[in-house]
Design a protein around this ligand. Structure first.
Ligand SMILES: CC(C)(COP(=O)(O)OP(=O)(O)OC[C@H]1O[C@@H](n2cnc3c(N)ncnc32)[C@H](O)[C@@H]1OP(=O)(O)O)[C@@H](O)C(=O)NCCC(=O)NCCS
Length: 183
């Protein structure tokens, strides 16, 4: 697992930074929205304690190198509008997975693509990754579009991989290689 050191990434409109306990309310706002969790592998949060535990897990993952969740923050207002996570690191194989979520009132403005572009660059340059994987619900067309805009390629399909709210959900697997990114 990588040795993670605090970093803030900057894009035209966004800052991507490590999360702290000050982000509990903002993180809760994102994951308590059923629009955000529609294609997530869990139900919308109903108790702020869930956000408190998630932030504690996020901070523990920084310390042991098992995951890097960055807050997506608007540069203008410092408002937390979502997060992007690199996790499931396999150091020997130089690969990991990526996950992301954006508050619904801030979607449809290119924020996810902008944020992921910066995190992917960081993953290849600083964490020396060779491959980043994503798995998404095939009905999540906006998420698929984000990945495809960034050069991810569709690699596989896994039926009924998740059960969310009693409903089976399939997975489409995507992968991005460093050489696709650099081309
Ligand atoms: C999926 C998500 C990250 C997209 O964030 P976003 O900031 O709106 O994404 P962007 O604006 O960068 O790009 C979205 C793209 O999808 C397109 N899109 C949006 N809804 C679409 C739909 N229903 N069908 C097809 N394309 C769609 C947009 O037009 C845009 O493409 P374009 O730039 O070619 O016009 C955000 O909606 C989200 O967090 N959803 C909930 C959590 C989630 O599903 N996370 C991913 C799970 S792996």
């Amino acid at each position: 697992m990588p040795d993670l050191t605090p970093a803030t990434l900057s894009t035209g409109r966004l800052l991507l930074r490590w999360m702290t306990e000050d982000d509990i309310a903002g993180h809760y706002a994102v994951f308590s929205d059923p629009v955000v969790t529609r294609y997530w592998s869990g139900e919308p949060w109903t108790d702020i304690e869930q956000a408190r535990q998630a932030i504690a897990a996020t901070m523990a993952a920084y310390a042991d190198g098992s995951g890097l969740r960055l807050a997506i923050v608007l540069r203008d207002s410092a408002e937390l509008i979502g997060n992007v996570t690199l996790h499931h690191f396999f150091e020997q194989n130089r690969r990991c997975e990526i996950g992301y979520a954006l508050a619904s009132k801030h979607s449809g403005q290119g924020h996810a693509t902008e944020a992921l572009r910066a995190v992917i660059q960081y993953g290849f340059d600083t964490l020396d990754l060779n491959r980043i994987e994503a798995d998404i619900d095939p009905r999540n067309a906006a998420s698929a579009r984000v990945l495809e805009k960034l050069g991810f390629r569709k690699e596989g399909y896994m039926p009924e991989r998740w059960i969310v709210s009693g409903e089976f959900a399939d997975t489409v697997n995507y992968g991005l290689l460093r050489r696709y990114w650099e081309a």
